[in-house]
Design a protein around this ligand. Structure first.
Ligand SMILES: [Zn+2]
Ligand SMILES: [Zn+2]
Length: 343
């Protein structure tokens, strides 16, 4: 099968082609696994963190990709959940131990044996992929494969972030950064919280305009003081400045959720501008979101189908994965990026 593989950690400024196109055998199944013929795989910012070593794969080569849509073409001996030909999705959670306190209490995202798709186990930048059947999801019919893929990470983790904000109707939400996850959260909030206003902070004019088009109440530059204080903020940027700048817009007891697996180091010194009185005092909180649970994904897919959410996306071929990744790195973003795998 064709696959785009990562052979080593690399610097994207120097190496414009981090992934290599190879022809490798189709994966062999364990008894609890299903084999998918992949049709679409989303491109996520976390792939950049894997490639550049902020969340490095434990072994190489690895096939990235954790927003996978495909059809079941083969089943392991004990796999019973899905039929051959059924369309399923795979997300960032490839597996968890199922036995620890976190797993038993609805927090499998925090399991110490959490295995991540496309980092610890081979993912969807390939023609075929194997996954434990318990970690695959039925995809609502209403979505095309291209629409469904970005829902699995950008949407699922965005949904978990929104849950962690504790936002209630009529409360104001800020979004700092407006890529794949930000735009899905905006659409979700507009559906769930009819009287809440959404404020979007983004660097580029294009992103700001896009936010208004999708129904943001206000959009502006990352540093701006927005008109009105916010009950919660979700940060989906890869850096630190937007967090420091956003905190001044939070109400007392407001909470900012960092929706990122890793932050980049490039502007870390900006944290020294954090002013305790202005940014943190008054019981303001900063909290991170870690990974995702199967429940998050299942709840989110159901909600997304009810709305129905229609993610904006751009399509690339599997062979163009490096181009899509570089554009993501250079923030040439409008909605989500997906690889369409022709086979
Ligand atoms: Zn992701
Ligand atoms: Zn566990």
């Amino acid at each position: 099968m064709k696959a785009m593989i990562l052979n080593k950690i690399t610097n994207l400024k120097k190496n414009r082609n981090p992934l290599e196109l190879v022809d490798i055998p189709i994966p062999k199944l364990k008894e609890n696994e299903i084999l998918l013929k992949v049709s679409v795989c989303g491109v996520c910012h976390t792939e950049l963190d894997e490639i550049e070593g902020r969340t490095p794969p434990p072994h190489f080569p690895i096939i990235p990709g954790h927003e996978v849509i495909g059809k079941v073409v083969e089943k392991g001996e004990k796999a019973k959940r899905f039929k051959i030909g059924e369309r399923v999705g795979v997300a960032w959670i490839f597996s968890a131990c199922g036995k620890c306190d976190f797993c038993l209490n609805g927090k499998e995202n925090l399991c110490k044996d959490f295995i991540a798709t496309g980092r610890d186990a081979n993912g969807g930048y390939a023609e075929y992929m194997a996954v434990p059947e318990d970690f695959a999801y039925k995809i609502p019919e209403i979505f095309s494969d291209e629409e469904a893929a970005p829902l699995l990470c950008a949407g699922g983790v965005g949904y978990r972030s929104l849950k962690l904000t504790n936002l209630q109707n009529r409360q104001n939400l800020g979004l700092t950064g407006f890529g794949a996850s930000g735009h899905l959260v905006l659409l979700l909030v507009k559906h769930k919280f009819l009287d809440s206003k959404i404020f979007v902070f983004a660097r580029s004019k294009k992103e700001q305009e896009f936010a208004l088009k999708l129904g943001a109440f206000w959009s502006g530059d990352t540093e701006t003081e927005c008109p009105g204080k916010l009950d919660a903020i979700i940060d989906t940027t890869p850096v630190w400045k937007p967090i420091v700048e956003a905190m001044k817009n939070l109400k007392p007891a407001g909470r900012l959720i960092i929706n990122a697996i890793r932050k980049e180091e490039i502007d870390k010194e900006y944290l020294l501008k954090l002013n305790y009185a202005q940014h943190l005092w008054q019981e303001k909180e900063i909290k991170s979101v870690a990974n995702v649970t199967r429940k998050d994904i299942e709840e989110f897919l159901k909600l997304a189908a009810e709305i129905p959410l229609q993610p904006e996306y751009q399509v690339y071929k599997l062979e163009e994965a490096n181009i899509a990744l570089l554009e993501l790195k250079e923030r040439k973003i409008r909605g989500a990026k997906v690889l369409k795998i022709e086979n």
